[in-house]
Design a binder for this molecule. Structure first.
Ligand code: A3P
Length: 280
């Protein structure tokens, strides 16, 4: 089971991201109109991807994550003639420099790390591509140490937050989408310069509810090309509960204290994360 994971630049990746691909990412040729959909795993990537693809009336392709696959990936993306929406779980420092130089639009979605940890725990348990985890307690420790796929949540968030003022990056929060999806969608359309009517926005939001998306996935029989997560091609593993605050059903009071201690220490210099975990 050790062979499910390999390290690249100090970060654990599954073997579904080949070392050759990871090494060649720096040479990736971005296009000015590429849109990157960035997240730490389990932050609402599929939800956001579902919304975004519905906003275009022109041909767009949501690709599999840039770090997912083997060396043939770069050519496959090069050969795509339509506009590309490219998901990724990479932290900012590992992103192909071309995306930065060309100032491609990027949307970073994040979620209360307590809920992210719980969601990831269940994902580990259900996903054959990830190592076996025996207990929530064991996973909790691994998560805090950053000893999980894609590395530390804290480092990931901080690497992106450093670019908070970049005009080409939009920061979104899962909890905001839960609270008021239409407002978030409006923000996305402005950011992507898309003209979408209020009525269409309402309709898109209805179609993007947890229950609609879950049942769509069950109907469509899991098309592997629809994955936007580098850790599975099985969409049925994605729609678990879709709630804010599920951490309360998993964290012991002691774990909560420890989590907040580490959060406060690691996120001391973070502006965006202040109050982030206490609100939900
Ligand atoms: P839970 O495991 O807490 O249910 P990602 O797409 O980044 O892998 O994130 C998956 C998480 O987003 C899962 O969280 C999943 O249920 C939730 N999710 C997916 N679609 C959603 C939707 N339409 N509304 C709310 N949450 C959704």
């Amino acid at each position: 089971e050790a062979e499910l994971i390999h390290m690249f630049k100090g970060i654990p990746f599954t073997t579904r991201s080949s070392p050759e691909l990871l090494k060649s990412l720096d040479a990736f040729d971005a296009r000015e109109d590429d849109v990157l959909l960035v997240s730490y795993p389990k932050s609402g990537t599929h939800w956001l991807a579902g919304v975004i693809t519905k906003l275009y009336d022109t041909q767009v392709t949501i690709t599999s994550p840039i770090e997912f696959g083997d060396i043939s990936k770069l050519e496959e993306l090069n050969n795509l003639s339509s506009k590309r929406i490219i998901p990724t779980h990479l932290d900012y420092n590992m992103l192909p420099p071309n995306f930065k130089n060309k100032k491609c639009k990027m949307i970073y979605i994040s979620r209360n790390p307590k809920d992210t940890a719980v969601s990831m725990y269940h994902y580990y348990r259900d996903n054959p591509n990830l190592p076996t985890i025996d207990t929530w307690t064991a996973f909790f420790d691994l998560f805090l140490k950053g000893n999980v796929v894609c590395g530390s949540w804290f480092d990931h968030f901080l690497s992106w937050e450093e670019h908070e003022d970049d005009k080409n990056i939009l920061f979104l929060f899962y909890e905001d989408m839960k609270k008021d999806l239409p407002t978030v969608v409006k923000k996305i359309t402005l950011f992507l310069s898309l003209n979408v009517s209020e009525k269409d926005i309402q309709e898109i939001c209805q179609k993007s509810s947890f229950s609609e998306m879950k049942s769509d996935t069950e109907k469509e029989n899991s098309d592997p090309s629809h994955t936007v997560c580098a850790l599975t091609s099985n969409r049925n593993l994605i729609f678990r509960k879709g709630a804010v605050g599920d951490w309360k059903n998993h964290f012991t009071p002691k774990q909560n204290r420890r989590f907040e201690e580490i959060f406060n220490e690691k996120m001391k210099l973070s502006k965006m994360a202040q109050g982030f975990i206490y609100e939900f």
